[in-house]
Design a protein around this ligand. Sequence first.
Ligand SMILES: NC(=O)C1=CN([C@@H]2O[C@H](COP(=O)(O)OP(=O)(O)OC[C@H]3O[C@@H](n4cnc5c(N)ncnc54)[C@H](OP(=O)(O)O)[C@@H]3O)[C@@H](O)[C@H]2O)C=CC1
Ligand SMILES: O=C(O)C(=O)[C@@H](O)[C@H](O)C(=O)CO
Length: 280
Amino acid sequence: MTHQIPSITLNNGVAIPQVGFGTFLVAEEDTQRVVESAFEAGYRHIDTAAGYYNEAGVGAAIKASGLAREDVFVTTKLRNGDQGYESTLAAFEASRAALDLDVVDLYLIHWPSPARGLYVETWRAFEKLLADGAVRAIGVSNFLPEHLTTLLESAEVVPAVNQIEVHPTFQHAATVAASRAAGLAIEAYSPLGRGADLESDVVAAIAAAHGATTAQVVLRWHLQQGTIVIPKSNNPERIAANLDLFGFELSAAEVALIDGLESGKSLGSDPATAEFSQFR
Ligand SMILES: NC(=O)C1=CN([C@@H]2O[C@H](COP(=O)(O)OP(=O)(O)OC[C@H]3O[C@@H](n4cnc5c(N)ncnc54)[C@H](OP(=O)(O)O)[C@@H]3O)[C@@H](O)[C@H]2O)C=CC1
Ligand SMILES: O=C(O)C(=O)[C@@H](O)[C@H](O)C(=O)CO
């Protein structure tokens, strides 16, 4: 099945496919196979991170796929423990080598890690990587409005994206609004609520009305708000189905019903305090 995946144009003119494939918890030894199957299903945007320890598998899949480099969009992220000017530049080189790429499409500060007090200095290194042409776009992840405000006070380049937890039961409205107001695109991580939001009766009823899966309905809800999504699955049928999103449209009333599922309960960690040992 081939899909026409729409792109979002970032604030520096770079186009990012609106649906990408997430690779958190895909083991290094499985990554090449899983990412190759994502390419076969039609994905052209892969989301990895130094802290996922699978960048080499992503790079191997790109090589094995035979796809033209310009047809694949790769995001990776800086580990918390690598924040700082020189350490960021060194960590980027390690990621670039693991991915076996000359240029990374999008590089993100994975978490603000405010206890370290280094994200502003780290951003200066990101700006250098962008100026040097080593990356096509730079952005942040898990930045709350207060972190964006601090960063923007001294940033020369406005981040292109904020990759944050967004799904029907946790819509993160204040952070989405602050990010969009500053010109950042929103990338929703855990877009399916790690599978939990698919259990909703509201979503199930809408899915039945469209002859779609619950995951397709939730992903359409994101897409119709201009949000970039990076669902993850290890299951080949779900990998394919999660990209088959362009044969139906939710009505405004259906979107509003899903909006009503907000619970305020995050499934992840609080960016104000999270540090993460695996991202040391
Ligand atoms: N920047 C950050 O801090 C973070 C970034 N991320 C990124 O976002 C990606 C996605 O987020 P993630 O937390 O994995 O959560 P998702 O919302 O993508 O949910 C993944 C879960 O949903 C299940 N699932 C996927 N598709 C379907 C389907 N069609 N029907 C039923 N169940 C389904 C998967 O199971 P199965 O595999 O069995 O299909 C898996 O258990 C990550 O892989 C990572 O790349 C995630 C967290 C934090
Ligand atoms: O997946 C990521 O990118 C994350 O940062 C999180 O999933 C984080 O590692 C976490 O939630 C650990 O429990």
